[in-house]
Design a protein around this ligand. Structure first.
Ligand SMILES: [Zn+2]
Length: 429
């Protein structure tokens, strides 16, 4: 963009016949320069220095380089501490912008630091010292993607050039309906999801998945995000027949991680036992010591004790069919007879009993036998009320059409962008 004054000269009325000369009409239009706003400042008023923090550079060093001296530097740091402790929190590689005086002193007046893609911290010491945290406008774009699995879901998603986190989001939605560890070649997915952007092109991550379709072993699995109880505003995923995709059990006894380090395996051979078969009837979820362990479903605590192999452990009876057990806890939080709800903290990750590293060994019983929880056909969580079903069908009908219309293109980007208009409405094609 041109930052200077525009001069638009308009020449009007040049006659073709020189003899019949009309006076030349000349109009001069002067257009004032448009402000270029960045971080709330008109950057045309300043010398703009943009860079990233290099190794060994401190806030003081950067200001000193731009003609600000002590004691002002110390004053800026101490006056801004409650907003942002710049002396301690400045990180190598993060971008900053300095707005300096447009005169021979070239003295810095404003320092803007970007600790992440969305937030920026402004230190304004033009006159008096002030500081605040600003946020860039985040735009949500509805996107579509589709792919076919050749090796793994994450590979398929990467091949499409789609945000990697989509893999996690999708596997979360289908956690109990599809075994993501045993996807088959030829399985397919389609998804309509939100991606958030700042400055129109920089992605800051994916938002909600509005709808998804998964074809596993030639069987279709729809998933539509829907809020059944508007007072609680807890979205859940339902298939096209109103079945809740969430099962009565959570996939993992940890809140923020469902990474598995060792799966249920009756033929496991491990080095420690000279590579002899040593069945592992649990599923190990690694996490740092002290991480809360949660009950995967409602139930009553039947055991809360210490044993040599198990260490500190808790066992919960969920109903006549299912029980779960959680081993190697640092500390137990519940006692026998306690009723716990799904998601309640029952203890913390530790290394008690025989264990090589901090993890929770999660054991799952069905009718008194230990089974692989990931292979169970578990009952769905709360069924949808009949009175809500017509509303649900109305809501999903246009989304399902959109989903069905997405085509699979192997190894090519099949993303279409649409600007989101309303959080509940999918914009039309
Ligand atoms: Zn284990």
């Amino acid at each position: 963009m041109n930052n200077y004054f525009y001069l638009i000269l308009l020449f009007i009325g040049i006659s073709s016949c020189k003899k019949d000369l009309k006076p030349l009409k000349k109009t001069i239009v002067i257009v004032a320069p448009k402000p270029i706003i960045e971080f709330g400042f008109d950057i045309k008023d300043y010398i703009v220095i943009k860079d990233t923090v290099k190794k060994d550079e401190t806030f003081g060093f950067l200001l000193d380089k731009n003609h600000v001296e002590n004691p002002l530097i110390n004053k800026i740091v101490s006056n801004s501490k409650t907003t942002f402790d710049i002396a301690r929190q400045l990180r190598v590689g993060k971008p900053y912008t300095i707005l300096a005086k447009k005169d021979s002193t070239e003295k810095a007046q404003i320092f803007i630091y970007q600790p992440n893609k969305v937030e920026y911290v402004v230190f304004n010491f033009k006159d008096s010292i002030s500081s605040y945290i600003g946020r860039k406008e985040v735009k949500t774009v509805i996107k579509k993607a589709a792919g076919e699995i050749t090796s793994s879901l994450s590979n398929a998603i990467e091949e499409q050039g789609v945000n990697y986190n989509l893999t996690f989001a999708l596997s979360d939605i289908y956690a109990w309906t599809i075994d993501f560890y045993h996807l088959q070649k030829g399985d397919k997915f389609k998804v309509i999801y939100e991606e958030r952007y700042i400055d129109d092109t920089t992605s800051v991550g994916i938002g909600n998945i509005k709808a998804a379709y998964f074809e596993h072993s030639k069987k279709p699995f729809y998933g539509f995000r829907y809020v059944v109880d508007s007072t609680k505003v807890i979205p859940e995923y339902f298939d096209d027949q109103t079945n809740n995709l969430r099962r009565t059990f959570l996939r993992a006894p940890l809140k923020f991680s469902s990474r598995v380090s060792s799966r249920y395996n009756l033929k496991r051979r491990i080095k420690h036992y000279n590579w002899r078969i040593k069945a592992h009837k649990g599923t190990d979820f690694p996490s740092p010591i002290g991480t809360p362990i949660i009950a995967t479903a409602n139930g009553t605590v039947t055991k809360s004790a210490y044993a040599r192999g198990n260490g500190n452990y808790v066992k919960i009876k969920h109903n006549g069919t299912y029980s779960t057990q959680y081993l190697h806890m640092k500390k137990r939080k519940v006692k026998v007879g306690d009723f716990v709800k799904q998601g309640d903290v029952i203890g913390w990750i530790g290394m008690t009993g025989s264990t090589g590293g901090p993890h929770v060994c999660y054991r799952f019983w069905k009718n008194g036998r230990q089974v692989d929880p990931f292979k169970q056909k578990l009952p769905a969580a709360k069924p949808m009320l009949d009175s809500i079903k017509p509303l649900f069908f109305d809501y999903i009908s246009p989304i399902k059409k959109q989903l069905d219309a997405i085509e699979y293109v192997k190894k090519e980007i099949t993303i279409e962008n649409e600007i989101k208009t309303d959080s509940l409405e999918v914009s039309k094609n």
